[in-house]
Design a protein around this ligand. Structure first.
Ligand code: PMP
Length: 389
């Protein structure tokens, strides 16, 4: 598949050849059920244990703290629904989360509200930074769970997990971190994060889709979403071993080059930002003053609708994304950009460029040139009509 210049790594990433080859090996050689007691089953079990140790090493947790899931969406659901169940007896039924969490988690919050659960949202400022005083006010002793993403998928703005985790702990609430976008794009470490629970997903770091994990801190009694005896009774269902092996291979590859990749993405992102902002004064960068992931650049070209910008860019060979969701009723403005105080038109204009470790300097120059060529003229004021003599 030739996608031109692909700058949508926050949506998903290409799968590396090494990942595919290890997955093929797992499918052809470790196809037995890891729960079976016979020889082939025990072989698959060893493959699973090896993959688990590699993923745990990259995340900075114990292998026994990892529960493999179908991805971060499932992990987020398991954290929230499990916490509400586990903490019912202690009368903790309130949930606090940021207003810019992933759409899937906010949709769950909406569903819970319709069932009578109180879910309070912590806002962000115009740069996308969490309102810490509001967090302090909302996190009380009736809270079951605090959810805070490590980094926002649209703006790349990182969230102050290190400041919020002690607030949760002091209130006796559990702390869940959706680290889907931070894995592979920061020095993420579960043990050092102060989190009780953490969601991650393989397909954001060069692994396959449909596999992720919830890290459950040792000793935390979290009930399962899917009952069964796999994953130490925390997630029933025969393990998706090829995908788990692919996740491990992606973790190994990301770990081997992490410091280099972060630095390279940061400098290319800065070049892209400077190239666009310098040439087009109408460009506004979201979260420019906030700490951000090194790979993400979210901006708007004046108030040009993202749909128009993205289609023009794609015709020029550049693939990017918008935070706005398309639905039957037309484009919906990005909920994240609205939280930053953007107007509806501005929130529909948000365009996200997200780089990957494979992104090159040449590609960034192609993107800058393409944007100036195909978007620039849409921004320029119409030339004054020539007056006929
Ligand atoms: N949380 C965040 C912050 C994400 O960016 C995503 C993926 N867009 C998810 C959760 C969902 O991940 P998955 O595709 O593994 O369900």
């Amino acid at each position: 598949m030739n996608a031109g210049v692909y700058l949508d790594h926050n949506a998903t990433t290409p799968v590396a050849a090494e990942v595919i080859s290890q997955m093929v090996d797992a499918m052809s050689q470790a196809w037995a059920n890891p729960s079976s007691v016979h020889g082939p089953g025990q072989g698959a079990r060893r493959t699973l244990a090896d993959a688990r140790a590699r993923v745990a090493r990259f995340i900075g947790c114990l292998g026994t703290e990892l529960v493999f899931t179908s991805g971060a969406t499932e992990a987020n659901h398991m954290a929230v629904l499990g916490a509400l169940t586990a903490r019912r007896a202690s009368m903790r039924q309130r949930v606090v989360m940021s207003a810019v969490e992933h759409a899937g988690l906010l949709a769950l919050a909406q569903r819970l509200r319709s069932e009578g659960v109180v879910v309070d949202l912590i806002g962000v400022d115009a740069q996308g930074r969490l309102d810490l005083p509001q967090a302090r006010r909302l996190i009380g002793t009736d809270v079951a769970l605090v959810c805070l993403m490590a980094a926002n998928n649209e703006t790349g703005v990182t969230m102050p997990v290190a400041d919020v985790a002690p607030l949760a702990q002091a209130a006796g609430a559990w702390m869940h971190v959706d680290a889907t976008q931070a894995l592979g794009k920061s020095a993420l470490n579960f043990a050092a994060s102060g989190a009780d629970l953490m969601a991650v997903s393989a397909h954001k770091i060069g692994g396959p889709k449909g596999i992720g994990a919830l890290v459950v801190k040792k000793g935390l009694a979290l009930p399962p979403l899917l009952s069964g005896r796999q994953e130490r009774h925390r997630r029933g269902g025969t393990e998706n071993l090829p995908a788990i092996v692919g996740f491990a291979a992606a973790c190994d590859a990301a770990a081997a080059a992490l410091a280099h990749d972060l630095e390279q993405m940061r400098s290319l992102r800065q070049r892209l930002q400077a190239g666009l902002v310098g040439a087009l004064p109408e460009v506004h960068v979201f979260g420019a003053e906030a700490p951000r992931l090194p790979n993400t650049l979210c901006l708007r070209f004046g108030e040009l609708d993202a749909e128009l910008v993205l289609s023009r860019l794609e015709r020029a060979g550049v693939v990017a994304a918008s935070g706005a969701a398309c639905s039957a009723g037309g484009t919906q403005p990005s909920h994240v950009l609205l939280e930053l105080g953007a107007s509806t038109a501005q929130a529909k204009a948000g365009v996200r460029f997200s780089l990957g470790p494979q992104t090159t300097g040449e590609e960034i120059e192609v993107v800058i040139a393409a944007a100036l060529r195909v978007i620039g003229p849409l921004l320029a004021p119409a030339p004054a009509a020539a007056i006929a003599a």
